[in-house]
Design a protein around this ligand. Structure first.
Ligand code: ACO
Length: 400
């Protein structure tokens, strides 16, 4: 495998933004975000069609294997997901031992790491290094188990927090419906199942974002898939990444009604504060995921008689867009703005929004590291040192 990609040679003079903006990690076929056009595809399929026609497990297969599954492939994949779904007793104990008010993302990180302690094939990739085909097959199967167990752990964390017993997975349900069922104890109706699928699909992959890069960095040291996903969960936890939907919903509830939106947005802008759920490092156009979710948010709010929250969100959007247009900044709603609305209307508590995001994104994390595995090279960027040199050590008694 060549050490260098394309014409890039080392050392090179390149312009890099803070936060590695502009840096290229690798070459991928998994997904493409066209930020200028507001377009997202997975393996060449535009996201809109995948949401309309697909379900999450089919799309997870597409991301991992590069093609939409035929019936036999889908059945085999679903059987593997089901086999990996039950929560190992050790993981149940870990979740039960955590404080009920712990941040659910921290709890999910701990649960996934604990699941890695009981999967005997976790970390086998390093021992198979001399046999790449076997490494990839083993790691793919571990990845499918991580995806499944992350969902079950996420569901139980939500229940355990409320002192409710675990709901065992129901193999007759789809991946998304089963997740809802294990979280709430209720079998979802058709529209709820569809919305769960759309939420998970829309969050399944999104270029080389912070959590995906975290996953890539960890796995590139030939670490195991559970450590990889746990690290990515840690990155997704932050309000600039996966927890923005929680903050966006808090704002929405504070605004309270569409009639208050204008004054609230103006106040926010006057104070130079960001509006959560708007703006994106890559999209300089309307986030296509927000377009899809906005439509489902409207439908769901109508179906559940909660139109006011949708109207408040739409009013905030209208005023932020007007303010941004006036300021000449390409800031639009991102996926988190309307995902917060949808989660809330589905009855999920705000601290769990990033957890649901993490379950969806696990397919992307796993797919990206599996794609990188055959050409694996440890990530090792450099920092520019501009500190002092040649300082003399002073004994503590002489220090000010
Ligand atoms: N509200 C108001 N103004 C904003 C917003 C916002 N949400 N986002 C960016 N701007 C403004 C900035 O203040 C800045 O203005 P300036 O040039 O006058 O200083 C300009 O737009 C450019 O913004 P940056 O912060 O430089 O853009 P960047 O690409 O670094 O930021 C980010 C992207 C971090 C997502 C930012 O838009 C933000 O903080 N948004 C709110 C948090 C959020 O919604 N995060 C979810 C991202 S999507 C995801 O992770 C799934």
């Amino acid at each position: 495998m060549p050490k260098f990609l394309g014409k890039v040679e080392f050392p090179v003079t390149i312009e890099l933004g803070r936060g590695l903006e502009g840096a290229i990690t690798n070459i991928t076929k998994i997904g493409y975000v066209d930020g200028e056009a507001g377009h997202l595809n997975y393996r060449g399929y535009p996201i809109e069609g995948l949401c309309e026609h697909g379900n999450y497990s089919e799309i997870a297969y597409l991301l991992m294997f590069g093609k939409l599954p035929n019936r036999a492939e889908q059945d085999a994949f679903s059987a593997k997901l089901q086999a990996g779904a039950p929560l190992p007793p050790a993981v149940v104990k870990v979740i039960d031992a955590l404080p009920k008010d712990a941040n659910p993302m921290n709890a999910l990180q701990a649960a996934v790491a604990a699941a890695g302690c009981v999967d005997r094939e976790a970390g086998m990739v390093a021992t198979h290094a001399s046999d790449p085909a076997s490494s990839i097959e083993t790691e793919t199967n571990v990845g499918i188990r991580v995806l499944s167990v992350t969902r079950t752990a996420a569901a139980y964390i939500a229940r355990s927090r409320e002192g409710k017993p675990i709901v065992t997975p129901d193999s007759s349900l789809s991946f998304a419906a089963n997740y809802y069922y294990m979280m709430t104890g209720q079998k979802p109706d058709a529209i709820t199942t569809k919305v769960m699928d759309v939420l998970l699909i829309l969050q399944a992959d999104h270029g080389m974002n912070a959590s995906t890069f975290a996953a890539m960095i960890v796995h590139s040291s030939m670490s195991d898939m559970y450590s990889t996903v746990a690290a990515a969960i840690g990155s997704l936890r932050g309000p600039l990444h996966g927890a923005a939907n929680q903050a966006a919903l808090d704002d929405l509830l504070t605004v309270g009604g569409p009639e208050n939106a204008k004054a609230w947005v103006e106040d926010r802008m006057a104070k130079g504060q960001k509006v959560m759920g708007f703006g994106h490092r890559v999209y300089k156009a309307y986030d296509p995921r927000a377009t899809v979710l906005k439509r489902y948010a409207e439908q769901l709010c109508k179906q559940r008689g909660m139109e006011k929250i949708y109207q408040t969100a739409a009013a905030i959007e209208e005023h932020v867009l007007a303010a941004m247009k006036q300021a000449g900044k390409p800031i639009f709603p991102n996926v988190d703005f309307y995902s917060g609305v949808v989660y809330h209307v589905l009855g999920f508590a705000a601290p769990f929004f990033p957890v649901i995001f993490a379950v969806g994104r696990t397919a992307g994390w796993v797919s990206r590291v599996l794609e990188y595995l055959p050409e694996n090279r440890l990530f090792r960027p450099r920092a520019v040192y501009n500190g002092d040199t040649d300082l003399k050590y002073t004994p503590m008694s002489d220090r000010k």
